[in-house]
Design a protein around this ligand. Structure first.
Ligand code: SAM
Length: 325
């Protein structure tokens, strides 16, 4: 008899390659940066990351990779890791970056096999960008976006956290900027994680409010299919320029997507997280470094996947920079 079991949707594995970041965004890190950075000896070597990703590909039918950090472009030879990962059986490979170092690195990332990039862009105002990121350069990130487009790391997705009193006057500007360049603009709800936990009431803007503001300037033509993405995406048309584009909303707070979530996260020191919001971590480093059997790695991945069925929401105090967003 033919099995009636529905095919499993792909797993998205977010691989953090470093806990170092070149920015200290107000909502993500304290002013002095992460309180305790990992010892370099704790950080997984490229070969160790590959072993873990290989184990995930053996357990899950289809795996999409997101390379993140900290800031992944701070990891020396990141393009070498990308080409090692591209040699595995993965369905997609993208990288999430602040964009500060992207202008110079886009050509070698493309050559290494990277398909596309997501760039964090919360504001288009240079001074506001410097304040919000505590010292970042908007110009550098914009140059990074241009370089990514030039080297065909598409679709380039631009991610903005919607922040009351900080960038709520710019949602339309950000969407217009993205659409004019053929990028997708995605608005993300602030999660009460790290420094954002204590300011959440003050800064949080629900996705519906972002959309209502955008509707003043954009016609929402219709939803786009995307069953595995956490983003709800829409085809839009700018009312003034007539330009078509795509806008997405990621709303973990107002519309939690736990039931459909197929994400796993690997920290840069080898802990596998099945959920951003609860603290369970499976430490894979001892398995890797004690030379234990590959089946043990696969069992750990299976256990992390099994834990995904249990949603235990709790406020976490660790900053997103240590787990990669
Ligand atoms: N450095 C890279 C970057 O800037 O995109 C990758 C790491 S960063 C932690 C990944 C994403 O997490 C960014 O888009 C950032 O805006 C988002 N992020 C950080 N703190 C967040 C929070 N409290 N709620 C929602 N998203 C957050």
């Amino acid at each position: 008899m033919v099995s009636q079991v529905a095919p499993q949707p792909p797993i998205t594995l977010r691989v953090s390659v470093t806990d170092r970041c070149d920015l200290r965004c107000l909502y993500c890190l304290p002013p002095q940066g992460a309180s305790s950075l990992y010892d370099p000896s704790e950080i997984l070597a490229f070969e160790e990351i590959v072993q873990i990703v290989r184990a995930v590909t053996r357990v899950a039918p289809s795996v999409a990779l997101r390379i993140t950090g900290g800031e992944p472009l701070l990891r020396p030879d990141i393009d070498r890791l990308v080409s090692m990962l591209c040699a595995l059986e993965v369905s997609d490979i993208a990288l999430t970056t602040s964009g500060q170092l992207l202008a110079a690195l886009a050509p070698c990332l493309k050559k290494s096999g990277l398909r596309r990039v997501n760039v964090s862009l919360d504001t288009l105002q240079p001074e506001r960008y410097a304040r919000l990121t505590r010292g970042g350069s908007l110009q550098r990130t914009l140059a990074g976006i241009e370089s990514a487009l030039e080297h065909d790391l598409r679709p380039v997705k631009l991610n903005a956290i919607a922040l009351r009193g900080i960038n709520e006057d710019e949602f339309g500007d950000l969407a217009r900027f993205a659409i004019a360049r053929g990028c997708q603009m995605r608005f993300i709800e602030l999660m009460p994680i790290g420094p954002a936990a204590s300011r959440h009431r003050e800064w949080f803007v629900p996705a519906d409010e972002v959309r209502a503001r955008l509707e003043r300037e954009f016609e929402f033509v219709g939803p786009l299919p995307g069953p595995t993405a956490p983003a709800r995406t829409f085809a839009v048309r700018c009312s003034t320029t007539g330009l078509p584009g795509v806008v997405g909303f990621i709303s973990p707070i107002s519309d939690p997507f736990c039931s459909g979530c197929r994400r796993l996260r690997l920290t840069s020191r080898g802990e596998l997280l099945s959920c951003l919001m609860h603290g369970d971590r499976l430490d894979l480093r001892p398995i890797l470094r004690n030379g234990r059997a590959r089946t043990e790695l696969e069992s750990a991945v299976r256990a992390a996947l099994a834990r995904k069925s249990v949603c235990r929401t709790a406020l976490r105090r660790f900053p997103m920079a240590t787990i990669g967003g």
